[in-house]
Design a protein around this ligand. Structure first.
Ligand SMILES: Nc1ncnc2c1ncn2[C@@H]1O[C@H](COP(=O)(O)OP(=O)(O)O)[C@@H](O)[C@H]1O
Ligand SMILES: [Mg+2]
Length: 300
């Protein structure tokens, strides 16, 4: 209906083509937001002008990006079996800001690593962006990660022989369609966003812990991945840098519909998260709307 109205000019349909491009976004219902209804008496006396804005992240919100059913991970450490994740059930919707919180050793990193295809579950089902990731072999998992995921590692995992700028550029070299000038511009944009422009040529061993973390954040965000996983992303950062990075993530979420999943203790991130999952000894003990989401709901 909107299409035919759009053709007559009665409805203005605005959407960005990238918006609906992600496979996972298309599958969900399209969320349309009615912005205003305004009579235009001189042009069409009895008609209304309806402007429908399709916000692609809203479209993405309608789809499920991660679905875990009875997800289990047991590590075998010699004779001892450590059940790091115990029967987790959860779904994460596209475009969400999600925080996994819990004490050290509760299974946050294990869960993120499984979603990021860095570790295999030992039980249950896990689907990420409509792909059953439990069946991917190493090579397929690497390809899947390269095409879809950004990962901010707790211990940074920067490549020691590359400079800060080259580390950030690295994921773009894996993607064919980034020409050199666009790549350079994007790397500069990210270096600025994380306050590291002056350190662009330094190698990781010449950077402090907080600076390495900023490079790791920039590297995870540079390729505009559909899903960004972040293991304690702001743990070593000062307040201003952490705030800038959260703002950058929020911008990516509203511009591109990126979904962010964090493990964190940081109240700033927990406060921004719309969904909070609490882990205790490998179990999800509660999940629900965080303060950010409930106040958003109150405003709506
Ligand atoms: N590779 C591993 N081998 C054996 N045990 C592990 C391994 N990785 C994590 N664990 C154990 O799994 C549990 C959960 O760890 P982790 O996911 O790192 O927790 P968190 O990130 O919440 O601190 C801990 O008991 C930890 O010792
Ligand atoms: Mg951890």
């Amino acid at each position: 209906m909107y299409r035919s109205l759009a053709a007559t000019g009665v409805v203005t349909w605005r959407y960005k083509s990238r918006a609906l491009a992600p496979r996972h976004a298309c599958k969900g219902a399209i969320a349309a937001r009615l912005i205003y209804i305004k009579p235009r008496p001189r042009v069409l006396p009895y008609s209304v002008v309806v402007r429908v804005t399709i916000l692609h992240w809203r479209a993405a919100i309608m789809s499920i990006v991660v679905k875990a059913e009875a997800l289990d991970k047991t590590y075998q450490a010699g004779e001892v079996a450590v059940r790091a994740v115990r029967g987790a059930n959860f779904t994460i919707e596209g475009g969400a800001f999600v925080a996994f919180v819990g004490p050290s050793g509760s299974g946050k990193s294990t869960l993120l690593n499984m979603i990021g295809c860095l570790d295999h579950p030992t039980g249950g089902k896990l689907s990420v962006l409509d792909t059953d990731v439990t069946t991917l072999d190493r090579r397929a998992a690497a390809e899947f990660r390269g095409a879809n995921l950004g990962f901010i590692f707790q211990d940074f995992n920067l490549i020691p022989v590359l400079s800060a700028a080259e580390n950030i550029e690295y994921p773009l070299l894996m993607v064919q369609d980034w020409p050199a000038d666009k790549r350079r511009a994007r790397v500069t944009e990210l270096l600025e966003a994380v306050g590291m422009r002056d350190q662009a040529d330094k190698r990781p061993d010449q950077l402090s812990g907080g600076q390495k973390q900023r490079v790791a954040v920039a590297r995870a965000l540079v390729a505009n991945s559909k899903l960004v996983l972040a293991d304690e992303p702001t743990a070593n950062l000062d307040h201003d840098t952490a705030y800038r990075i959260i703002e950058l993530m929020k911008k990516m979420r509203s511009d591109l519909g990126t979904t962010f999943i964090f493990s964190t203790h940081d109240p700033k991130i927990v406060g921004e998260a719309e969904v909070k999952f609490t882990l205790e000894d490998g179990r999800l003990v509660n999940s629900g709307m965080s303060h950010a989401q409930s106040s958003q709901a109150r405003r709506a």
